[in-house]
Design a protein around this ligand. Structure first.
Ligand code: IVH
Length: 750
């Protein structure tokens, strides 16, 4: 039997069999130890098994099993759980780091709702628990499903595990027929310390912090392991409901508590920003005495009717905000400054640090933003860090704020080595040698190499296959790098030609590579083929054009409806981009002159003249105005679209890609029976019963497109008092026009 052969001497087939045997034996030992409290082997034997497993995996990394015992600390591989699509998305929260942001939050909500500064508006305030969120679904009072957040849309089914947690009721009395309760799974400090003591005793790696311990314990394939771990649960929100829980956040939480959930006792009502800030300070004081980790305070609009009106942005509710505690800091040495070249050519400096632990996490990199930041000034030339620059060899203070990339807080000049010299930011791209230029008003230096720059090409490809873009199974960042290096793919269209170009030869080569098995190679072509049919918004996002994120891509797709319309519109707008730039330059010059007291600024006039002088071809101006008129699309998106489409090499590469695709039109966001689904609407003039932002959000929710300018494509104009040229144009074009009451009646909100 292979168990007697030394790990170094195993051949591939033996290694595979041995890893299977070890996985089973170690799992058996774990079960015996954790659940039955009846160990079947000594700690030394257990350690020997684990060491042998690790040694074999180190020799044959591609043979590592999904259920590998070496991966069992922390999270079990996600493949192990069934996927659950959330009935209602699980969102995240907007973060605030400074007190002003709370005042701004209140101001923004008042503006959105059209409430005056003095109108009463209450908020709840509660600790932000540092655990992992969980959604519990109850049908007729019975717990039927528990799911982790996952990416917010699809999570993992951890029902069996959740049933082992004491704070989670299995049955409810007097609950709505359908109730999804959401909250945070966490581990108390005392339980965490005890668990880690046990881990150490049996030579298992201790967990870095209670959050990791909670996550690792909940995401165990074997629910019996979870049962042995002391997890707890605070309920603070809900998902799908068959009837409302209450009229306010506070009473809804009270209702959850009455149903048997544990809710956080530090939840209080606040009358406005001043009270919210005072409460934040109190909780920050209490933080050290709590028996669980919190990383901030969450404030929510108390009135659930107002919450419903405020609704959601793409990933966060408008009615809530998380005030985060200041990040922990640590000093370490900055060993080197590296320059990374991104998808849009941006040269990003990265600090390579001597690894240092901050809040239980080891940091070895931090962002340095751009060359001004390194030199010690911000975008306006104002000194930052008292004007201290950053040099290789410096001692620097670093911090982590939330989940974001670590940043630099300070430099210790007293410890600066005599040999340290100011950092010379490269003027050439370190990857392709092309000029790296900085345009006026841009804080970032960019490589001008475009597709000839390997870094840009690879980053574009990685973006292209990423989750929100083409999401091709089996083709991740690592594989893209490998294929690019080997000359198999240089641009997105190559992905769809792989099979035809390299055929079975490609398969054989793949199979022989590290990390590729027989099945994965065959699956790859199938996965690529599946993505030849692609929704328009994903395609637009996947192109990786600067400023065109997921939201802008969806706005563009909804507005134009098809690739042909979209591409034709951008092409038509190209000459206008130059005119726009010239006009804005003229306006800026005008304003400088006005500031110098030379004359009164007549911006509108200069702008008009510049557009006129551009002598644009037929339709260019209209195409441009239509583009920047799309709500959510501004001049910067329009300019970068026009710039990309104007570059012949890039445009040719896009056209080659399109040739391989079957592009699906965007689905109207609507409930199908909405009277405005698929229509283009313009709101103009002042609205009295809702704000402009609210009207737009409501129209989009009903599947309409909202545009800022009236054209032949407009279906409906909603005109309030004071509507001027847009209402006139609508009449000229014979477009249906409604007043605000007419709109509310039409959509059933009257
Ligand atoms: S409310 C729609 N309340 O923070 C928003 N979230 O950063 C629902 N969290 O994913 C969340 N404590 O996992 C809410 N008291 C609290 C919370 C809380 C922790 C987590 C939650 C969420 C994350 C967002």
């Amino acid at each position: 039997m292979t168990g007697t052969v030394a790990a170094e001497d195993l051949d591939r087939a033996q290694a595979r069999a041995e890893l299977a045997r070890l996985a089973e034996e170690i799992a058996r030992a774990d079960r015996a130890y954790h659940t039955d409290d009846a160990p079947v082997m000594s700690d030394a034997d257990y350690d020997a098994l684990k060491a042998r497993n690790a040694a074999i995996e180190a020799r044959f990394p591609d043979l590592r099993r999904p259920d590998s015992p070496s991966g069992r600390i922390g999270a079990t591989p996600a493949e192990g759980f069934a996927k659950v699509t959330h009935a209602q998305r699980m969102l995240s929260l907007e973060n605030a780091f400074y007190p002003e942001e709370i005042t701004e939050f209140d101001g923004r909500i008042r503006r959105y709702l059209g409430l005056g500064a003095d109108a009463p508006l209450r908020y709840t305030s509660e600790p932000k628990i540092d655990g992992l969120s969980l959604s519990l679904r109850y049908e007729d009072g019975h717990l039927v499903q528990a799911a982790t957040r996952g990416d917010g849309t699809v999570g993992e089914n951890v029902t069996a595990n959740a049933r082992t947690i004491d704070d989670i009721p299995q049955t409810l009395e007097g609950a709505p027929a359908l109730l999804e309760v959401r909250g945070e799974v966490y581990m108390s400090h005392a339980d965490f310390a005890a668990l880690n003591a046990r881990q150490t005793e049996r030579s298992d790696k201790p967990f870095a912090n209670p959050r990791n311990a909670a996550a690792g314990s909940l995401r165990q394939l074997d629910a019996e392991v979870t049962r042995a771990r002391p997890l707890r649960f605070f309920a603070y929100a809900w998902g799908e409901l068959s009837e409302p829980l209450a009229e306010t956040q506070m009473s809804a939480i009270g209702r959850l508590s009455a149903l048997g959930f544990v809710t956080n006792p530090l939840t209080v009502l606040c009358d406005g920003p001043a009270e919210m800030l005072a409460r934040y300070a109190e909780i920050e004081q209490q933080r050290a005495t709590l028996d669980y980790d919190i990383d901030g305070v969450v404030c929510k609009v108390n009135d659930l009717g107002l919450q419903a009106r405020l609704g959601y942005r793409s990933t966060t509710p408008r009615w809530a905000i998380a005030q985060k505690f200041p990040a922990e800091l640590a000093w370490t040495r900055l060993e080197a400054i590296d320059i990374q070249v991104g998808r849009t050519g941006a040269l990003s400096p990265v600090a390579r640090l001597t690894p240092v632990t901050v809040g239980g996490v080891v940091l070895s990199n931090a962002t340095l933003h751009n060359e001004d930041y390194i030199a010690g000034r911000d975008a306006n030339g104002t000194p930052i860090r008292d004007g201290k620059d950053v040099r290789e060899g410096d001692w620097v203070q670093v911090y982590r704020a939330g989940d974001v990339i670590p940043k630099l807080a300070d430099v210790d000049l007293s410890r600066r080595p005599g040999s340290a010299v100011p950092f010379a930011f490269p003027k050439k791209c370190p990857e392709c040698g092309s000029d790296a230029v900085r345009e006026a008003g841009d804080s970032v230096r960019r490589c001008t190499g475009g597709l000839i720059c390997p870094a840009q090409a690879v980053e574009k490809l990685k973006h292209f296959v990423s989750r929100a873009a083409f999401d091709i199974e089996g083709l991740g960042a690592r594989q893209v790098e490998q294929f690019y290096r080997d000359g198999w793919i240089a641009e997105p269209s190559d992905i769809f030609e792989l099979e035809a170009r390299y055929g079975p030869g490609c398969l054989t080569q793949l199979r022989n590579r590290e990390g590729w098995g027989e099945k994965s190679a065959a699956n790859l072509f199938r996965a690529i083929d599946e993505k030849r049919r692609i929704p328009l918004e994903r395609l637009i996002f996947a192109l990786g054009i600067r400023h065109v994120g997921e939201v802008a891509a969806a706005d563009l797709a909804r507005h134009y409806g098809s690739w042909e319309e979209f591409a034709a519109a951008v092409d038509a707008a190209i000459p206008a981009a130059a005119a726009h730039r010239a006009a804005e330059k003229a306006v800026a010059a005008e304003q400088r002159a006005a500031q110098a007291g030379e004359r009164r600024a007549q911006s509108a006039e200069s702008r008009r003249r510049a557009w006129e002088e551009a002598a644009l071809p037929e339709g260019a101006k209209a195409a441009w105005e239509d583009l920047v008129g799309i709500d959510g699309i501004g001049a910067s998106v329009a300019l970068s679209l026009a710039d990309s489409f104007a570059q012949s090499a890039e445009r040719a590469s896009i056209d080659r890609l399109i040739g391989h695709l079957d592009i699906l039109p965007p689905e109207p966001r609507a409930t199908a029976d909405s009277p405005v689904a698929g229509k283009t609407i313009v709101f103009t003039g002042s609205l009295e019963r809702m704000t402009r932002a609210e009207a737009k959000a409501r129209a989009e929710e009903l599947g309409a497109r909202v545009s800022g300018s009236v054209s032949a494509r407009t279906d409906l104009v909603v005109a309030g008092p004071g509507a001027g040229s847009k209402a006139r144009k609508a009449t000229e074009l014979g477009i249906e026009t409604l007043d605000e009451d007419g709109w509310l009646r039409l959509v059933g909100d009257a």
